[in-house]
Design a protein around this ligand. Structure first.
Ligand SMILES: Nc1ncnc2c1ncn2[C@@H]1O[C@H](COP(=O)(O)OP(=O)(O)OP(=O)(O)O)[C@@H](O)[C@H]1O
Length: 247
């Protein structure tokens, strides 16, 4: 069941959520709250159900068996690993698709993601990173109260990922949507999120607040301690924190 959570103190409320594939409950009575403006990263082992949860919150799983309560804002944008731009539409037309009268807003959103002047380009003329910027602009222009992102930087090279992290951090600070970011990358989670949750056996197993000041340094012992704790929860045994590590 989906209802409107705009009037509530949480942007997202998930209660007792079950999602089954055959006999297997991938989500097994899961609870999760996300506050307005809160940036939550969702980690979990491969196959743990991260995308299943994101799709449930996005309302994209109507053909899946399950039960539970979901309250989400009315304005939700979703970003995926591939940009999902329509190749037969120019960049600006992709951004404002389905939004009549939004071309000026679309231009401003493109400028915000650093693509001013590329409004008339075709998606095929853009790099992978630029295509993901267009996808972000398409999300932004809808002024979402909730941004759902499923591995949005997963197909980008390391340098472009770092730039996209900076951009996403900046855009979220300015627009303050609640965010649920699915990622495999522990460093990405600690870099970006206010809070990190780990999916284990169909529920939220670990729920960690990341109270590190920005900009976050990977060499900060607190960054490393978050990373080690999360890697441990994911079944990866990281080397101990180096004594005397400098931020
Ligand atoms: N349509 C489907 N039909 C049957 N099983 C499915 C379906 N979609 C997902 N599953 C199963 O549900 C489990 C969770 O899948 P999901 O994609 O949510 O995991 P994930 O944590 O996002 O994985 P990954 O990190 O590898 O992307 C997996 O075992 C997957 O095989």
């Amino acid at each position: 069941m989906a209802a409107d959570a705009d009037q509530l103190t949480s942007a997202v409320v998930v209660r007792d959520l079950v999602r089954r594939f055959g006999d297997r409950a991938v989500l097994d009575h899961l609870d999760l709250d996300i506050a307005p403006g809160e940036f939550v990263a969702l980690l979990g082992r491969s196959g743990s159900g991260k995308s299943t949860l994101l799709r449930a919150i996005a309302g994209l799983d109507y053909d899946v068996e399950g039960s539970g309560e979901l309250r989400v804002p009315r304005e939700v944008s979703v970003a995926f690993q591939d940009s999902r731009l329509l190749p037969w539409l120019r960049v600006l037309d992709n951004v404002v698709l389905g939004l009549p009268g939004a071309r000026d807003r679309g231009r401003r959103a493109l400028a915000e993601v650093g693509l001013e002047g590329r409004e008339r380009a075709w998606p095929s003329e853009l790099s992978g990173g630029e295509q993901q910027r267009v996808a972000l602009a398409r999300c932004l222009v809808r002024e979402p109260a909730l941004l759902l992102a499923d591995e949005p930087f997963g197909s980008l090279d390391a340098l472009t990922r770092i730039k996209m992290h900076d951009l996403l951090r900046e855009l979220c600070a300015r627009h303050r949507p609640a965010v649920l970011l699915v990622t495999h990358d522990v460093d990405e989670a600690v870099d970006l999120a206010d809070r990190i949750v780990v999916l284990e056996r169909g529920r939220i197993g670990l729920d960690v607040h990341v109270d590190l000041p920005a900009p976050r340094s990977h060499r900060d012992p607190l960054f490393q301690s978050h990373r080690d704790r999360l890697l441990h929860a994911l079944g990866i045994h990281a080397p101990a924190i180096t004594e005397g590590a400098t931020p």
